[in-house]
Design a protein around this ligand. Structure first.
Ligand code: ING
Length: 300
């Protein structure tokens, strides 16, 4: 069977005071650990290089721009690209993108073992709000700081394995995985930053983790894909985000799960035949799907 040494590198808090250089040093440490444990691909979190800045109302444009990458790679991130190429590892990295035209996206890339960017994704499901919620304990301003992604949900051939990418809130929407699995994705990789507290209504904290897990377990199974999700978690300058980074098999089973809220590497040898079995039988799309009956899904 074709197998893939798959790792998720969960990150603990990145605080406002933490430099990109320090963060990249942490990512390189986890890349090395993943390599030593048999991985060939590592998933890093969403917005991995900075604190989750959408929690802050930032009016000064220059202050806001500091959280975005103007080029990728860039001098601060280059050591990560260099180390991965040296170790012959591919990786997924989430970051805030500021394009030369001044457009802003919550972005992720896939970098192959040769160190080249083989795929790019811009977050489509942007949660939160764009107004200043004065009575909330923190903001969630992704709708203010990012545009809806314009690259669609696409699948990339990364060193002969077919990868789909998404980001954080995307993982809660079934359409995300279905569009990727219709393009023959074998593995869906994603990063997330999920606040423990819901600022929209009084939701018990434990539900943040259970909804995170059931969304991916159900979708992995229903789309016959491996799902690898890397969280940035713990308390960033006092604002808590959930951990529970996981690798989920196409059976829907959690095969690896982080147990801390710190930098933590989890690894599995993903048997890609498992997904193939489901695609040939239970979820044989060509044999069993009836798109003519699903049209409502694409309506507004
Ligand atoms: N964050 C959260 C996410 O995991 C959220 C926001 C949490 C939405 C829980 C709905 C329920 O989707 C990001 N960054 O998307």
């Amino acid at each position: 069977n074709r197998t893939l040494g798959l790792a998720v590198a969960q990150m603990g808090a990145v605080n406002l005071a933490d430099s990109r250089e320090a963060v990249v040093g942490r990512l390189i440490e986890m890349l090395r650990e993943a390599k030593s444990r048999g991985a060939e691909h590592v998933v890093f979190p969403e917005l991995a290089l900075t604190t989750f800045f959408p929690r802050y109302w930032i009016e000064d444009q220059e202050e806001l721009d500091r959280f975005y990458e103007k080029t990728m790679p860039n001098p601060q991130v280059q050591p990560l690209f260099d180390e991965a190429r040296k170790l012959e590892m591919s990786f997924y990295l989430g970051y805030a993108e500021l394009t030369p035209e001044g457009r802003r996206f919550n972005t992720s890339i896939l970098v192959n073992k040769a160190g080249n960017i083989a795929g790019k994704y811009r977050k489509i499901h942007l949660p939160g709000h764009s107004d200043h919620k004065l009575d909330a304990p923190f903001q969630h301003l992704e709708k203010k700081y990012f545009e809806v992604g314009d690259l669609g949900f696409r699948v990339f051939n990364l060193d002969e394995t077919l990868f789909g990418m998404c980001l954080c809130n995307d993982r809660r929407w079934p359409e995300t995985y279905r569009v990727l699995s219709l393009q023959s994705a074998e593995v869906v990789v994603l990063g997330y930053n999920t606040p423990s507290v819901n600022i929209h209504w009084n939701e018990p904290v434990h539900l943040r983790t259970s909804t995170h897990l059931i969304s991916m377990q159900a979708s992995a199974y229903q789309n016959a894909v491996w799902v690898a999700a890397a969280g940035k978690c713990g308390s960033e300058d006092g604002f808590h985000m959930i951990g529970s980074s996981v690798i989920v098999a196409p059976t829907g089973e959690i095969v690896a799960r982080a147990i801390t809220e710190e930098d933590e590497v989890i690894v599995t040898k993903a048997d890609l035949q498992i997904g193939e079995n489901f695609r040939q039988h239970v979820f044989n799309f060509a044999k069993h799907r009836s798109p003519e009956h699903y049209r409502l899904i694409v309506e507004r």
